[in-house]
Design a protein around this ligand. Sequence first.
Ligand code: 13P
Ligand code: SF4
Length: 312
Amino acid sequence: TKDTTDYVAEINRLKKEKNAVILAHYYQEEAIQDIADFVGDSLQLAQEAAKTDADIIVFAGVHFMAETAKILNPKKKVLLPDLKAGCSLADSCPPEDFKAFKAKHPDHKVVTYINCSAEIKTMSDIVCTSSNAVKIINSFPKDQKIIFAPDKNLGDYLNKETGRDMLLWDGSCMVHEAFSIEKLLSLAAEHPDAEIIAHPESPSHILKTASYIGSTAGLLKYARESKKEKFIVATEAGILHEMIKQVPNKHLIPAPAEEDNTCACSECFYMRMNTMKKLFLCLEHELPAIEVDEKLAAEALIPIERMLALSI
Ligand code: 13P
Ligand code: SF4
């Protein structure tokens, strides 16, 4: 039988009844972004989680984001519509391997991108996101040796931006790795009046073509403030939903992915595991909830709080 549930009405009702807040990332499907109380980039979502007075946080994003919200709110219920919504980048940095890597470089400080597990965060001096990474790295003395993990593309970009030589962990995001440079260049040739804007999780050959590089919130701001009327946008396609709202009269073109790739449409398989139905069910049953071991959470909180203190 056909599902006739009015998920928008049901989710709004439950949200009110339970004093829950829905935090959504820009890579979520459109209906989820539209029903969320707050939509943002990774930093804004962590900042919002740190200050919410809701009893329940529903995190419409991926596991590491909800886990960060739980670490910031150990007493609150933090729900993730689908617990299997992971992240290829976070998965590319297994804690045991990273521990051994870190042990080989005892004179290095560790800066980790927020896209990693709580275990990795406990081994970090400070966490960062793509919107505050330059500032965080520059908070260390110029001659300080640094390990940057897990994203090698972001790390390579940050090395160039800060003039450092950070040791990079070999991880990456499958969505940003999948952009096709050949197709991007022919698209740019078809639209010579368009500017390419890209997320720094993209490989260096993609970033070389970009007029602006930044986090999802950074890309939105640039599209708003630039005088250009046309953009080719190299990040997960979910961003276009908010971008169209913010610059309705501009022409936005998603950057093309390789045809033979599973994410040819540049959608993150993990982000898209969340659906309106799962959002409704998780609010109704208050499951699945994120649980983080108390000691682990207390240790992972330290580098997250250091990041938040430097990000005001
Ligand atoms: P930002 O929203 O911080 O740019 O992060 C992008 C991303 O890949 C999140 O998984
Ligand atoms: Fe992870 Fe990439 Fe998906 Fe972001 S877009 S959640 S980095 S796999």
